[in-house]
Write a protein that binds this ligand. Structure first.
Ligand code: NAD
Length: 485
């Protein structure tokens, strides 16, 4: 396996799918635009059903050899992926900025996070459990790969979300067909291209296409498992589609994460941390703070600090130096966020900042803070996934916990306090798969990441997540009968 460093200009140009180690341009293509300029700057293959069949066939034919490849070699393959991402970091970052609109620091985290995830995952082990070993019999349970994994990613962190799926799938001995979002196909296609010759042909196939491709993939009889990141609404369709062929399914879905800020925090210091926990990537983070519950004793000063800090942050085209926040990534998401703002206006809620889309090209909505809207408002109840945040005043901790838990979602939650013990105890009462004290967004390949309630099904990360790419297989070996005395 070799790693090559491609120049930045190599990253743009013609984008092709990777099927069985070969470039496939696609019979049809569609346009990809830069959300900061709304200018089309590239085209991507619009995978046809027959091309999906080829990708699945390539993955299936590569499967037996990859399954039987020693796990030590599969670990090295994950390092080779990481090496490739790192060797091409600059060019991939530029490409990701162009297709996504995210600032360079966020694009770097997307790519480097993927590399680190590959390296971390490579250290996980597939357990062998010997539960009986007597003179009569040996019984053990092993884990074996499932076959072909269909991996479907959302557009907000295309590289990281893709590799969080690819790394454990490959380590467990599966082969993969990876499909990025139609809105952000290019960086993933380029990574597929860079990995030709790094991974054996057919082990990782990368395809791109429009709205029909996801449903074709989840219904495809040649796919054994679907691992999906996206909205709860689509997750339900994926589960229904996979049921016909009893596919194994992992779903990482939407969230409406609450943050609870207790009165003992340092207001100035915590304001900046809360700001970035809510607005990094222009709020397009599944684990972004989406409802900010602030204790009444510090509500006014923290509100003032957030408003003051928001005014210092630069939004714009991420290809320009100093940009800290980019546009919404795509038109439907832009329209969704604007509809939530419009609803808040019609209801007469108070806007502390923002509230109007920026003029000119690009899907820009400035940081919008809404002052204490009612709990049953759309902006509190729905996942905004954009740069709009309701600030919500609470009186007692019990009240804050109950309001935080009053949602169908259960992805993440944060508690902010100088009393770490109390904050950790509050985490235990929050109905969410991932809780943080005094920080947000931090993830580890060694920790189980899961959405509770309508935020998901199954686990990513950790040995538990790795096992989701396997079947249990139990082998009993009857030993020679002991000779009766
Ligand atoms: P989405 O559900 O619209 O699309 C996600 C992916 O599914 C895309 O690749 C899309 O092409 C594909 N898809 C669409 N319809 C499909 C179908 N019927 N069958 C199969 N695939 C289909 O979501 P999105 O707008 O791309 O992403 C935003 C959502 O993702 C938000 O709700 C966000 O919270 C969530 N998200 C969750 C996590 C997590 O780890 N829990 C991480 C990132 C984003």
């Amino acid at each position: 396996m070799t790693t090559e460093n491609h120049t930045v200009s190599d990253m743009f140009g013609h984008f092709t799918m990777t099927i069985g180690g070969r470039a496939v341009a696609g019979e049809q293509r569609y346009e990809v635009l830069n959300p900061a300029t709304e200018q089309v700057f590239a085209t991507a293959p619009d995978c046809a059903q027959a091309e999906l069949d080829q990708a699945v066939a390539a993955a299936r034919s590569a499967f037996p050899v990859w399954r039987d490849t020693p796990i030590a070699a599969r670990r090295l393959a994950l390092h080779a992926i990481a090496d490739t991402l790192q060797a091409n970091l600059e060019g991939l970052t530029r490409l990701l900025i162009a297709e996504h609109g995210k600032p360079a620091d966020v694009a770097t985290v997307d790519i480097m996070g993927a590399a680190l995830w590959c390296r971390g995952t490579s250290q996980l082990d597939l357990p062998v459990q010997v539960f009986e070993d007597t003179e009569i019999r040996r019984g053990e349970t092993r884990r074996v790969p499932l076959g072909v994994v269909g991996a479907i990613a959302a557009w907000n962190y295309p590289v990281l979300l893709g590799m969080i799926k690819v790394a454990p799938a490959l380590l467990a001995g599966n082969t993969v067909v990876l499909k990025p979002s139609p809105f952000t196909p290019l960086t993933t296609l380029k990574i597929g291209e860079l990995l030709r010759g790094v991974l054996p042909d057919g082990v990782l196939n990368v395809i791109s296409g429009g709205d029909a491709l996801g449903p074709w993939l989840t219904a495809h009889p040649g796919i054994d498992k679907v691992t999906f990141t996206g909205s709860t609404q689509t997750g339900r369709k994926v589960a229904a589609s996979g049921a016909a062929t009893l596919k194994r399914i992992t779903l990482e879905l939407g969230g409406n994460d609450a943050a609870i800020v207790l009165p003992d925090v340092d207001v100035e210091e915590v304001a900046q941390k809360l700001f970035w926990a809510a607005f990094r990537n222009s709020g397009q983070v599944c684990l972004a703070i989406k409802r900010l519950y602030i204790h009444k004793d510090i509500y006014e000063p923290l509100k003032a600090a957030l408003v003051a800090y928001a005014k210092t942050v630069k939004m714009g085209d991420a290809s320009e130096q100093g940009t800290q926040l980019g546009p919404l990534q795509n038109l439907p998401q832009y329209q969704l966020v604007l509809s939530l703002i419009q609803d808040a206006k019609e209801q007469g809620y108070t806007f502390l900042t923002g509230g109007e889309a920026l003029e000119g090209p690009g899907y820009f909505i400035p940081v919008t803070l809404i002052d204490n809207p009612p709990e049953d408002s759309r902006i509190v109840q729905e996942e905004q996934f954009g740069p709009v945040l309701p600030l919500l005043r609470f009186d007692t901790i019990d009240e804050a916990i109950s309001r935080a838990n009053a949602t169908e979602y259960g992805l993440g939650a944060t508690v902010w306090s100088s009393d770490l013990h109390q904050a950790a105890r509050l985490c235990e009462r929050l109905e969410a798969g991932n809780c943080w004290v005094n920080e947000a967004h931090y993830l580890s390949p060694f920790g189980a990441f899961s959405g509770h309630k309508q935020s998901g099904l199954g686990v990513e990360g950790s040995v538990e997540g790795l096992l989701e790419f396997t079947n249990a297989k139990t082998i009993f070996v009857k030993k020679a009968q002991p000779v009766p005395a």
